[in-house]
Every structure is written in C-alpha cells, then in structure tokens.
Design a binder for this molecule. Sequence first.
Ligand code: SF4
Length: 362
Amino acid sequence: MTTPASATRINLLDYDPTAMRELFGERGIEKYRADQITEWIYRRGEYVFGKMNNLPADLRARLVSEFTIDVGEIAQRSVSKDDKSVKLLIKFNDGELVETVMIPRKERRTVCVSSQVGCKFGCVFCASGQAGFARDLKTGEIVAQVLRARDESDTKDVSHIVFMGMGEPFDNYGEVLAAIRRLNDPKAFEIGARKITVSTSGLVPKIESFCEKGMQIELSVSLHGANDEVRSKLMPINRKYPVHDLMQACKEYVDKTGRIVTFEYLLAKGLNASISDAKELAMLLRTVHCKVNLIPLNPIPEFPYERPTYPEILAFQDVLVRNEIPATVRFSRGNEINAACGQLRRMAKGSTTPMPSRKKSA
Ligand code: SF4
C-alpha cells in the first residue's frame, strides 16, 4: 500500500501561529510568511497554497512539497430540515472518520467537535461508546473540524464550540488543550474561553489539573445519576471515579475558576426520571454552584429505555427549581440527522457505514 503524500508532509494545522513561525525559521523560510499563511487559513478560509496569491510562486511550490493544511475530506454531509444543523463526516488521511456538527441558532453558530475516533468509556446510552475506540485525534484534526464546519455556516463564522462529539475530551488531554488554545488565539479563531465548553464523563484527575490552567472554559459534566448505583449502570467510569469524588472535583473547579459547572442529566423513564430521583439530585447538588441541563432521552437501539412524557419532564425540572438549582430542559437539536448529544457514532474506517455495536440491541 502506498502512503498518501499528505501523510509524509507536515500538517500546519498541528502548529499554532507562533510555533509555525518557529518551524519556518528552522527551515530557512522567512517567519512572516507563516503569518501570511495563518491569515489565509483562519481569516480567509483558504487551505490551498496555490491560491495564496501574496506568496511568491517558488515558495508556493516549496510549501506544496513539504507541508499540507489537512482539513480532511468531507465523506458525507447531511442537513437537518427542521433546524438547518449540518452534520459532516470528515475522513482523515489514514481513513478514519469523525463527525462534526454545525448548529445555527439565532445569532449563534455552534460547532460540536469530536476529540477521538470512537470512545473507550462505553456509556450505555451513547452511540459513540458502543462501537469501541480507534485512536485519539491530533490537534490539527480537531482544528480541521472547526474550519470545515465554519465553511458550512451561512455567516462563515463560529461563535461557540462544544466538545460533545465523539470521544472523551479529557482522555485526549494534551491535544484537546492545544486545540482550545488555538480556538482562543487572537491570530486564529479568537473565540472567547467562555464560549468554549468541554464536556466530560467525569475523569476526576483531569478535572483537577484543568482547574490549574486558569482558563475560563465552561465545564460540563455528564452526571445522569444522583447515586453510584444508577450512575455506574449508565457510565462504567463511575466505578473508578464515584459520585462523591466527582462532586469534590467539581467544587474545586468552581472555587478555582469562579465558573459554575453544568451537569448534564439524561432523563430515561424507569431509570432516573422519577420525582424521588429529582429530590435525590437536588440534595446532591445543593452545595455545588451549578446548573443542570435535563436531556430527555434520544433513543438509540442499544438502550432499552423511553423518553419520559412532557409532564413528567416538567415535574422533574420543577423539583430542582424549587430547590434553587437552575435547570433547563434541552430538547437536543439535530435529532433528525442523529447529531444530538450521545448520537454521534463511529464509522467503519474508510467508509460511511456505522461500526457495529459491541452490544446486542435490546
Ligand atoms: S458519553 Fe462521552 S464518555 Fe461516554 S461513551 Fe459517549 S463519548 Fe464516551
């Protein structure tokens, strides 16, 4: 098998604007050329060296032979009829695919990005977790998703980022952190830290180290159960980092960053959506500065529960609100094209066919 040419060239998306200057300096290319390329990529959305017409022709030829701006290939594109969300299946040069969603809403242009191909954590309600893990994404591959999604936006702009696609972002900590810095970088995307949300299943040590970074990033924690028994049923990670330890880490995050934590809570009838479940959740969260997103279940074949009725959902929310815990109900957008949270699914390498689940359908 031949190696794709792009695999042997240096992907400039793996380099932040400062590092790109250094890289060019080391290779005897004037550093200000890196600034020009940064401008082409992040301001003008141009990824083809040949079209960068303020670069001399001989430099453009050299760039083509030594470097690439690898934004991946769009293997599939689906548009939701109801809310105009666009789901992209992006193929990288080793044939692995990830899903990325552009979600337009009023003045917001939110991109939901993936951080890994598949996921190791096997949460039972999550399509990504059912098909196993292939590999971590590199920084440039995370950045590529944002560029590709930005190209889909009617305004050619991105206002918010959520790390809620495939993968556990804190399990790919270094690359995700570098991607966040690029999103935040005034020379790159210049997206404010408070408009970037990292959603974790609860990797306690990584939440603790994230506290130390002093970034004002929004932290979203998938909770889904108010006690270890329910949560462990849904999220195997809870056996390693139980609810008590997770709450301690979240309190530390609030203390050190001054930000509140958002808890995601899936509502599945017969599992965690009764009034007594709501009271237990209110008791657990009473000392954490937080808000709660209630997510009525988006069905996947592998998870044998139903969405509660609308009155049941409102009754659950009411218990939290009466206990002074802000709670919103999130009817996930993009449901029609399977792009709602927990529905992004790993595709078989090199194809647009979903990987089979490791579990039998219920
Ligand atoms: S919810 Fe997140 S951590 Fe859990 S399996 Fe899905 S992608 Fe992985």
